[in-house]
Design a protein around this ligand. Structure first.
Ligand code: FMN
Length: 192
């Protein structure tokens, strides 16, 4: 069974991105039992650029006293990492950015993420060129840098706020379709 970790970047536990993510996971199918991790619920300190991760092989080597060790274990154990975020100021949420910076400790020194799969789910208040495009670009670069197999993105922008989003059958179907595409991709071997 493939293991899926959903790294949820929104500070709102029941916000737009969480609802769109619910629908993606419906499309993916319950059988995978993805683990959802809200970064806003974790205590994660920003990268201090101490350089310890560069000197460490086989582990993150990153030692600030916070919740990252548990997140490192979950990410190391997964086959597919689904990163979700609202677009905040033409980037991801601050909470998610801090977590991604720290996850790079699994790449520096020795790349322990090589060939894992990555997918992205975004919601934005503006259109797709109001920051979502920049996040997609950054995510592709991250995948190339970390040798991840990038499965693609779902961008819902402009995203109506709840409860209008809850009634939007078109977005719901679009998200479920993306989930089904991820399920199909999981059945395939990662690109060499
Ligand atoms: C601080 C802040 C910054 C935002 N910046 C952008 C932005 O640059 N581009 C955009 O399209 N939407 C922006 N938005 C709108 C959110 O991306 C949008 O409402 C999103 O769907 C919220 O998702 P959530 O409910 O999961 O937090 C911003 C919202 C906030 C609160």
């Amino acid at each position: 069974m493939k293991k899926i970790v959903v790294l949820e970047g929104s500070p709102r536990a029941r916000g737009n991105t969480a609802l769109v993510t619910d629908w993606v996971l419906e499309g993916l199918g319950r059988a995978f039992r993805p683990e959802r991790v809200r970064v806003a619920g974790l205590d994660i300190l920003p990268c201090r650029e101490c350089g310890d991760c560069w000197k460490t092989k086989g582990a993150a080597g990153c030692r600030p006293p916070d919740d990252m060790p548990g997140l490192y274990d979950r990410v190391l154990d997964c086959d597919l990492l689904v990163v979700t975020s609202p677009v905040f100021c033409w980037g991801v949420s601050g909470q998610l950015k801090v977590a991604i910076d720290r996850l790079l400790a699994l790449v520096f020194g020795e790349n322990l993420l090589k060939h894992k799969r990555l997918a992205l789910v975004l919601t934005g208040g503006g259109d797709e060129f109001d920051g979502a495009d920049l996040v997609v670009h950054a995510c592709r670069n991250l995948a190339r840098f970390a040798d991840l197999d990038y499965l693609g993105q779902l961008v819902v922008a402009p995203c109506p706020d709840r409860p209008r989003l809850g009634r939007d059958a078109r977005i719901r179907e679009q998200a479920r379709r993306f989930g089904r595409e991820l399920r199909a991709a999981l059945g395939k071997k990662p690109q060499p």
